[in-house]
Every structure is written in C-alpha cells, then in structure tokens.
Design a binder for this molecule. Structure first.
Ligand SMILES: Nc1ncnc2c1ncn2[C@@H]1O[C@H](COP(=O)(O)OP(=O)(O)OP(=O)(O)O)[C@@H](O)[C@H]1O
Length: 261
C-alpha cells in the first residue's frame, strides 16, 4: 500500500525550476532514501511532501488523500518532519521541545495527559535522550539537537516520518543507531541522505534526484550502479556486495576535477 506519494511535482523560484515533474511513491512501513547531489532538490521535495510548501503543480497524497484537503492538525497527527537545522527561538528544555510533538493531540490550554507523557517518555528513551531532558535546547551539541528533534517527531506518533539528513552531525555510532531505529519503527520513513553506503545498507528503496528530476528509483542494489554515480555525482566508483552485510558497498575512486559551474 502507498503511504505517501508525490505525483508530477513542479516547483520554481523566480522562474528557476527547482523540481521538475517529480513523482515518488513511499510504501507503508518502508524506509525510502532520497539521494542526490547538493542542490538537487531533496529539501525542497521533502518540504512539499510534508505539506510545508505548496508545489506549483502536482499533488501529494497522504494515505491516498490530497494533503491540501487536510487541515494542518490532521496532517500533523499523521506525518512528522525532522528538518535539518530548525531555528529554536525561545529557550526551552529538551522535555518541552519533545512535548511540542503532542501539540496536534491537545486542545490549546490543556496540560499533558497520561498518554502524552507516555509518548514523550518513549520517544526520549528510543533516542537516548532521557538524560538530557532538563537541558536547555541551546546547550545541546548538533548531534544531540538532532536526536532531540527526532524524539519530538516520534512523540508525535505519526504514520509517516519525513527526515532531512538525520545523520548529519552524528558520530558513526549514532548514525547507525538512528538508522537502525528508523528501520525498527512501525512507521513509513522517507529520509534525505548523503551517504550512499548508509542508504544501501539501511533503506528498502532509494530515489535519486538530479537537477530537480528523479534520475532513478528502486532497491539500492538496482539503482546504485557505477554508471548512475558517474552521471549524477560526476564521481568514479565501483560497487561491490559486502561479504559481511550483503548490502552494496560503494568505493569512490575519484571525482571529475573542477567544481560544477
Ligand atoms: N527559497 C528558495 N529561493 C531560491 N532558491 C531556492 C530556494 N529553495 C531552494 N532553492 C534552490 O533550489 C535548489 C535545490 O535546493 P534544495 O535545498 O532542495 O537542495 P538539496 O538537494 O536539499 O541540497 P543539499 O544537499 O545541498 O542540502 C538549490 O539550487 C537551492 O539554491
């Protein structure tokens, strides 16, 4: 079953086409990675998928329903987004930040009920953030903020979680832990990633964006070929199968010289 779909999405800024006829489908409970070089359009697509931005053309369907037809609150009960570097303006604690994930379930002035507290506890413990609960958000390292944000999204108890580079800032242990956690959730996950080897190891399928279009999509072993890596990233690579994990492993041999114009 399709949990989230983008159909023929087009989005431009000042007459520059950022996304050009993008269609992707995320199946229920799968982990789909959105890959692609800097500027390919990954963040733009994720924001459109999460209903934070309206495309110029095309539709986003959440469980078959157009996101546009749903209220913000209805969307937030079903879909959470973890953005790259959210601005937190007020000085709040980790606990308060994670409690924000419960907003879609609460009436304006109601306090947290037992269900809210249980969801917050569970999210803090899944992300290893219980020890940080009283800390001010501002004092957290980049990686701790990333995990606290993930906790906020998990406290939201969505069906679909959309993440923009969730492993950015994380050391290798937490990169693996976060991706293992995402795999173990009973949720549909769509995540932008830069690391092709992590995508190959932890994701069911990948969609590769290039210049605002989908260059390829499918299982990692079918998509991550030396030809695709050359044409999308201008990098020479070989792809083997790991004897340890069975996942494709990309070895980079070198980049074409010169930065793109
Ligand atoms: N609001 C905006 N105004 C102008 N240009 C924008 C805007 N948002 C995105 N862009 C441009 O659209 C292109 C795609 O940006 P986007 O952030 O979606 O790429 P990305 O694949 O997430 O990149 P990265 O890997 O560097 O994070 C870039 O060239 C970016 O400069």
């Amino acid at each position: 079953m399709t949990a989230l779909a983008a159909n023929d999405i087009t989005w431009s800024v000042d007459r520059t086409r950022i996304l050009d006829g993008v269609s992707i489908e995320v199946r229920s409970n799968e982990v789909l990675a959105v890959l692609g070089p800097n500027g390919a359009g990954k963040t733009s697509l994720l924001r459109i998928l999460a209903g934070l931005r309206r495309p110029d053309a095309g539709t986003v369907l959440l469980g078959g329903e157009p996101v546009r037809s749903l209220s913000r609150r209805a969307v937030a009960r079903r879909m959470a987004i973890v953005e790259q570097s959210p601005e937190v303006h007020t000085d709040i604690t980790v606990d308060e930040a994670v409690a924000l994930g419960r907003t879609p379930y609460r009436s304006t002035f109601a306090g947290l009920d037992g269900e809210d507290r249980a969801a917050i506890e569970h999210a803090l413990s899944l992300t290893g953030m219980r020890a940080y609960r009283s800390r001010s958000w501002r004092t957290l390292s980049g990686g701790e903020q990333q995990r606290a944000q993930l906790a906020r999204a998990l406290a939201q108890q969505p069906e679909v979680i959309v993440l923009d580079e969730p492993t950015n800032h994380l050391d290798v242990r937490y990169q693996l832990e976060v991706l293992t956690l995402l795999r173990s959730l009973d949720m549909t996950v769509v995540t932008a990633l830069h690391d092709l080897n992590l995508a190959a190891r932890y994701c069911d399928r990948v969609a590769v964006l290039h210049d605002g279009r989908v260059a390829a999509s499918g299982p990692p072993a079918a998509v991550l070929t030396p030809e695709l890596i050359r044409s999308v990233y201008a990098v020479e690579a070989v792809v083997d199968t790991s004897p340890h994990t069975g996942a494709p492993v990309v070895t980079y041999l070198g980049a074409e010289t010169g930065m793109p114009a």
